[in-house]
Design a binder for this molecule. Structure first.
Ligand SMILES: [Zn+2]
Length: 374
């Protein structure tokens, strides 16, 4: 799947209208095949089935059948390391099944709306990028989407005919080869520029033999150099798969660095009374009033039980629902997952979402924060 398609699907999930029937969100790590996927469901689903209302049980069972059919058809396929299914049966049926070449953690949730936090984390971690891979014989451009090469163009450097080579001095031949390589690099940079501009790619990785990578890097125009994430050295004999995996690790590290930069900006904003806030209540307020520019979540974020007013949508945190809503005095509440609600609101208002690992500042601030627009 292409990254842009995943973005579209996330938007559909974030705006899915709720009904009386539950949406099952199912994330399965498929690295151990079909049996492991089914094993997790067999362990987790009885508790959910027992505790949902009797009226919803038929819908729940039908949804599990859809999930099982998808596991059966996909969990064994090569390169499938994760399966994700969102399904609602009976009223206004909805089904979205996805497979990924990168691993995820098992999760089975039942709620009025899809649980998309993990899908968004996956989308952010494995954003798409372009790799230019070169050695002394050939140069290629790879499009990497969610950890997989989705498009690849190779070109060999033109080779001089033997007849000419024999007649030329070694020096003349090397000069000729150098010029050919330079011409090819120029031509590839032109193609790369077109590709990155046309498909709005914003991340580039150069890979290959060190001398060639350095030559290419030196020839990049400044607007492409700004998109350069990293360089990865590889030999011509290395397997393509290994090279792509090396670029992927490098890209994941780059994304984590980006998350840390966002936290540093948030910290600066909080300390200087600038455009940023931390804590669950403050972040919810920002999101509700569309003032959040970037939602920053600690990976460990867990605000505990939360309650939403059925009238005005106000959210309160606590073990038990409040006596009455502080906004509209209504006494009817329903439970909800704050983290999921936050990412849904963020998606709905074009607010960026960033997940951060092990940030002391963010954890001390309540595990969540927002960079704000004003
Ligand atoms: Zn209210």
């Amino acid at each position: 799947m292409e990254h842009t398609e995943l973005q579209k699907n996330v938007r559909i999930l974030a705006t899915l209208q709720e009904t009386e029937f539950p949406v099952i969100s199912c994330y399965l790590n498929a690295e151990q095949g079909i049996a492991a996927c089914r094993g997790y469901l067999a362990e987790r689903s009885p508790l959910l089935r027992r505790t949902i209302s009797a009226a919803q049980r038929e819908s729940f069972d039908q949804s599990l059948e859809h999930i099982d059919a998808y596991i059966n058809d996909n969990a064994q396929a090569p390169d499938v390391r994760a399966i994700v299914v969102f399904v609602r049966s009976v009223e206004e049926p909805f089904l979205l099944s996805l497979r990924f070449p990168v691993p995820i953690s098992n999760q089975l949730s039942v709620d009025r709306v899809p649980h998309i936090c993990q899908l968004i984390a996956l989308k952010n971690t494995y954003d798409r990028y372009v790799v230019v891979l070169m050695n002394k014989k050939r140069i290629s451009i790879l499009d990497v989407n969610l950890g997989t090469v989705t498009r690849q163009t190779w070109s060999e450097y033109p080779v001089s005919p033997d007849r000419i080579e024999r007649q030329w001095s070694k020096e003349r031949y090397q000069r000729h080869r150098r010029k050919q390589t330079e011409d090819t690099i120029r031509e590839k940079i032109k193609a790369l520029d077109g590709l990155m501009g046309a498909s709005a790619h914003s991340h580039l990785i150069l890979a290959g033999e060190p001398s060639m990578v350095e030559r290419l890097k030196a020839s990049l125009p400044s607007h492409l150099r700004q998109k350069l994430v990293d360089t990865v050295y590889a030999q011509a004999t290395d397997r393509l798969n290994d090279i792509v995996n090396a670029t992927l690790s490098s890209f994941v590290e780059f994304r984590q660095q980006h998350s840390r930069t966002c936290v540093a900006m948030l910290q600066q904003a909080v300390y200087t009374n600038g455009l940023g806030t931390v804590g669950t209540d403050a972040s919810l307020q920002c999101l509700r009033h569309a003032r959040a520019d970037v939602l920053i979540l600690a990976e460990e974020y867990n605000p505990g039980p939360a309650w939403q007013c059925r009238e005005c949508g106000d959210i309160q945190i606590g073990q038990n629902p409040p006596q009455s809503c502080p906004e509209c005095s209504i006494t009817q509440f329903r439970s909800l997952s704050v983290e999921e609600e936050m990412v849904r609101m963020a998606e709905g208002s074009s607010c960026g979402i960033v997940t951060v690992q092990a940030s002391e500042f963010l954890i001390a601030g309540g595990g969540v924060g927002c960079l704000t627009r004003y």
